[in-house]
Design a binder for this molecule. Structure first.
Ligand code: AMP
Length: 215
Protein backbone atom coordinates (compact mmCIF):
# COMPACT_ATOMS: atom_id res chain seq x y z
CA UNK A 1 0.00 0.00 0.00
CA UNK A 2 1.48 3.32 -1.11
CA UNK A 3 -0.44 6.09 0.57
CA UNK A 4 -0.29 9.83 1.11
CA UNK A 5 -1.48 11.55 4.29
CA UNK A 6 -2.57 15.02 3.33
CA UNK A 7 -3.72 17.75 5.69
CA UNK A 8 -2.82 21.04 7.32
CA UNK A 9 -0.12 21.26 9.99
CA UNK A 10 -1.63 19.93 13.23
CA UNK A 11 -4.20 17.71 11.52
CA UNK A 12 -2.55 14.66 13.12
CA UNK A 13 -0.71 13.25 10.09
CA UNK A 14 2.38 12.26 12.08
CA UNK A 15 0.42 10.68 14.93
CA UNK A 16 -1.79 8.71 12.55
CA UNK A 17 1.14 7.67 10.34
CA UNK A 18 2.99 6.22 13.36
CA UNK A 19 -0.08 4.12 14.26
CA UNK A 20 -0.67 3.06 10.65
CA UNK A 21 2.89 1.89 10.10
CA UNK A 22 2.46 -0.69 12.86
CA UNK A 23 -0.86 -1.93 11.46
CA UNK A 24 0.21 -1.99 7.81
CA UNK A 25 3.89 -2.93 8.39
CA UNK A 26 5.18 -0.29 5.98
CA UNK A 27 7.43 2.68 6.81
CA UNK A 28 6.36 6.28 7.41
CA UNK A 29 8.27 8.78 5.30
CA UNK A 30 8.06 12.24 6.82
CA UNK A 31 9.94 14.93 4.90
CA UNK A 32 9.60 17.17 7.99
CA UNK A 33 11.36 14.55 10.19
CA UNK A 34 14.08 13.98 7.56
CA UNK A 35 14.68 17.75 7.24
CA UNK A 36 14.75 18.27 11.04
CA UNK A 37 17.33 15.47 11.35
CA UNK A 38 19.44 17.17 8.63
CA UNK A 39 19.19 20.52 10.48
CA UNK A 40 20.21 18.85 13.76
CA UNK A 41 23.19 17.14 12.08
CA UNK A 42 24.21 20.38 10.35
CA UNK A 43 24.39 18.79 6.88
CA UNK A 44 24.48 21.06 3.77
CA UNK A 45 20.82 20.18 3.11
CA UNK A 46 19.93 21.04 6.72
CA UNK A 47 21.70 24.41 6.47
CA UNK A 48 19.79 25.20 3.28
CA UNK A 49 16.44 24.14 4.77
CA UNK A 50 16.65 25.75 8.22
CA UNK A 51 15.64 29.34 7.43
CA UNK A 52 12.64 28.23 5.34
CA UNK A 53 11.50 25.91 8.13
CA UNK A 54 11.93 28.40 10.98
CA UNK A 55 9.82 31.01 9.20
CA UNK A 56 7.04 28.50 8.46
CA UNK A 57 7.67 28.56 4.69
CA UNK A 58 8.30 25.63 2.37
CA UNK A 59 11.73 24.19 1.58
CA UNK A 60 12.40 24.32 -2.22
CA UNK A 61 10.69 21.57 -4.24
CA UNK A 62 14.01 20.31 -5.65
CA UNK A 63 15.29 19.50 -2.13
CA UNK A 64 12.26 17.52 -0.96
CA UNK A 65 11.76 15.79 -4.31
CA UNK A 66 15.39 14.59 -4.08
CA UNK A 67 14.77 13.26 -0.55
CA UNK A 68 11.72 11.29 -1.69
CA UNK A 69 13.36 9.97 -4.87
CA UNK A 70 16.13 8.38 -2.77
CA UNK A 71 13.98 7.19 0.11
CA UNK A 72 11.20 5.38 -1.81
CA UNK A 73 13.80 3.19 -3.50
CA UNK A 74 15.12 1.84 -0.19
CA UNK A 75 14.59 -1.87 0.45
CA UNK A 76 12.07 -1.33 3.29
CA UNK A 77 9.77 0.56 0.89
CA UNK A 78 9.31 -2.38 -1.46
CA UNK A 79 5.85 -3.23 -0.06
CA UNK A 80 4.75 0.38 0.23
CA UNK A 81 4.98 3.41 2.50
CA UNK A 82 3.04 6.23 4.10
CA UNK A 83 4.03 9.67 2.83
CA UNK A 84 3.53 12.20 5.64
CA UNK A 85 4.02 15.85 4.67
CA UNK A 86 4.87 15.15 1.02
CA UNK A 87 3.74 16.24 -1.53
CA UNK A 88 2.94 19.82 -0.46
CA UNK A 89 2.81 21.54 -3.86
CA UNK A 90 1.41 20.62 -7.26
CA UNK A 91 5.00 20.52 -8.62
CA UNK A 92 5.90 17.93 -5.95
CA UNK A 93 2.80 15.86 -6.74
CA UNK A 94 3.62 15.87 -10.46
CA UNK A 95 7.24 14.93 -9.77
CA UNK A 96 6.02 12.06 -7.58
CA UNK A 97 3.70 10.81 -10.34
CA UNK A 98 6.57 10.86 -12.83
CA UNK A 99 8.92 9.07 -10.42
CA UNK A 100 6.37 6.39 -9.65
CA UNK A 101 5.43 5.76 -13.26
CA UNK A 102 9.16 5.37 -14.05
CA UNK A 103 9.32 2.79 -11.26
CA UNK A 104 6.20 1.08 -12.60
CA UNK A 105 4.03 1.89 -9.59
CA UNK A 106 1.53 4.47 -8.37
CA UNK A 107 -0.28 5.84 -5.32
CA UNK A 108 -3.07 3.59 -3.98
CA UNK A 109 -4.78 6.05 -1.62
CA UNK A 110 -4.62 9.69 -0.58
CA UNK A 111 -6.17 10.40 2.83
CA UNK A 112 -7.05 14.02 3.47
CA UNK A 113 -7.40 14.75 7.21
CA UNK A 114 -9.53 17.78 7.99
CA UNK A 115 -9.77 20.06 11.05
CA UNK A 116 -10.71 23.72 11.51
CA UNK A 117 -8.06 26.44 11.94
CA UNK A 118 -8.63 27.27 15.64
CA UNK A 119 -8.35 23.60 16.56
CA UNK A 120 -5.11 23.34 14.54
CA UNK A 121 -3.60 26.36 16.34
CA UNK A 122 -4.61 24.89 19.73
CA UNK A 123 -3.00 21.58 18.86
CA UNK A 124 0.22 23.08 17.46
CA UNK A 125 0.93 25.63 20.21
CA UNK A 126 0.72 22.88 22.87
CA UNK A 127 2.83 20.36 21.00
CA UNK A 128 6.07 19.18 22.63
CA UNK A 129 8.58 16.69 21.21
CA UNK A 130 11.34 14.63 22.82
CA UNK A 131 14.81 15.72 21.72
CA UNK A 132 16.15 12.18 22.09
CA UNK A 133 13.49 9.79 20.76
CA UNK A 134 11.10 12.13 18.89
CA UNK A 135 8.03 10.99 20.89
CA UNK A 136 5.23 13.56 20.83
CA UNK A 137 3.23 15.08 23.72
CA UNK A 138 0.70 17.87 24.15
CA UNK A 139 0.53 20.14 27.20
CA UNK A 140 -3.29 19.81 27.38
CA UNK A 141 -4.32 16.67 25.49
CA UNK A 142 -1.40 14.32 26.20
CA UNK A 143 0.77 15.78 29.00
CA UNK A 144 3.94 13.97 30.07
CA UNK A 145 3.98 12.57 33.65
CA UNK A 146 6.70 15.07 34.64
CA UNK A 147 6.75 18.48 32.96
CA UNK A 148 9.43 18.78 30.27
CA UNK A 149 10.50 15.13 30.54
CA UNK A 150 9.76 12.34 28.04
CA UNK A 151 7.75 9.40 29.52
CA UNK A 152 9.34 7.03 27.02
CA UNK A 153 13.07 7.70 27.45
CA UNK A 154 13.55 10.49 30.02
CA UNK A 155 14.77 12.88 27.31
CA UNK A 156 14.16 16.63 27.30
CA UNK A 157 10.91 17.88 25.71
CA UNK A 158 11.07 20.96 23.48
CA UNK A 159 8.79 23.13 21.41
CA UNK A 160 9.63 23.28 17.71
CA UNK A 161 10.61 26.78 16.51
CA UNK A 162 7.92 26.55 13.87
CA UNK A 163 5.27 25.76 16.51
CA UNK A 164 5.38 29.37 17.80
CA UNK A 165 2.14 31.19 16.96
CA UNK A 166 3.53 33.50 14.20
CA UNK A 167 5.15 30.61 12.34
CA UNK A 168 1.99 28.53 12.80
CA UNK A 169 -0.20 31.20 11.14
CA UNK A 170 2.33 31.36 8.28
CA UNK A 171 2.33 27.55 7.89
CA UNK A 172 -1.47 27.51 7.77
CA UNK A 173 -1.53 30.22 5.13
CA UNK A 174 1.13 28.42 3.06
CA UNK A 175 -0.97 25.27 3.39
CA UNK A 176 -4.07 27.06 2.06
CA UNK A 177 -2.21 28.54 -0.89
CA UNK A 178 0.13 25.74 -1.93
CA UNK A 179 -1.03 22.42 -0.49
CA UNK A 180 -4.82 22.61 -0.45
CA UNK A 181 -4.96 22.55 -4.30
CA UNK A 182 -3.67 18.96 -4.03
CA UNK A 183 -7.08 17.93 -2.69
CA UNK A 184 -8.65 18.70 -6.08
CA UNK A 185 -5.62 17.24 -7.87
CA UNK A 186 -6.12 13.84 -6.20
CA UNK A 187 -9.92 14.05 -6.31
CA UNK A 188 -9.54 14.34 -10.07
CA UNK A 189 -7.44 11.15 -10.09
CA UNK A 190 -10.04 9.27 -8.03
CA UNK A 191 -7.64 8.39 -5.18
CA UNK A 192 -8.84 10.92 -2.56
CA UNK A 193 -10.46 9.80 0.72
CA UNK A 194 -11.66 12.65 2.94
CA UNK A 195 -11.53 11.89 6.67
CA UNK A 196 -12.75 13.97 9.62
CA UNK A 197 -9.63 14.69 11.73
CA UNK A 198 -11.55 15.78 14.85
CA UNK A 199 -12.08 13.45 17.78
CA UNK A 200 -10.16 10.76 19.67
CA UNK A 201 -6.93 9.54 18.06
CA UNK A 202 -8.19 5.92 17.95
CA UNK A 203 -11.49 6.98 16.47
CA UNK A 204 -9.71 8.87 13.65
CA UNK A 205 -7.47 5.86 13.05
CA UNK A 206 -10.61 3.72 12.60
CA UNK A 207 -11.98 6.22 10.07
CA UNK A 208 -8.72 6.13 8.07
CA UNK A 209 -8.63 2.32 8.05
CA UNK A 210 -12.27 2.29 6.95
CA UNK A 211 -11.55 4.77 4.18
CA UNK A 212 -8.63 2.75 2.78
CA UNK A 213 -10.53 -0.51 3.11
CA UNK A 214 -8.42 -2.31 5.73
CA UNK A 215 -10.66 -1.83 8.82
P1 AMP B 1 6.21 19.10 9.06
O1 AMP B 1 6.92 18.39 10.15
O2 AMP B 1 5.64 18.17 8.01
O3 AMP B 1 5.18 20.09 9.56
O4 AMP B 1 7.31 19.97 8.26
C1 AMP B 1 8.04 20.99 8.92
C2 AMP B 1 8.61 21.94 7.90
O5 AMP B 1 9.50 21.25 7.02
C3 AMP B 1 7.60 22.60 6.99
O6 AMP B 1 6.98 23.75 7.56
C4 AMP B 1 8.48 22.96 5.79
O7 AMP B 1 9.30 24.08 6.06
C5 AMP B 1 9.40 21.76 5.70
N1 AMP B 1 8.82 20.70 4.83
C6 AMP B 1 8.43 19.45 5.20
N2 AMP B 1 7.95 18.78 4.16
C7 AMP B 1 8.02 19.61 3.09
C8 AMP B 1 7.64 19.50 1.71
N3 AMP B 1 7.09 18.39 1.21
N4 AMP B 1 7.88 20.58 0.92
C9 AMP B 1 8.45 21.70 1.37
N5 AMP B 1 8.81 21.89 2.67
C10 AMP B 1 8.59 20.84 3.52
Amino acid sequence: MRMILLGPPGAGKGTQAKMLLEKLAIPQISTGDILRAAVKDGTPMGLEAKSFMDSGGLVPDSVVIGIIRDRIQDEDCSKGYILDGFPRTIAQAEALDTMLSELGSGIDAVVSLQADEEELVRRLTGRRTCRSCGFGFHVMFKPPKAEGVCDECGGELYQRDDDQETAIRERLSVYGEQTQPLIDYYRGKGTLKEVDGLGEIQEIQGRILGAIGTA
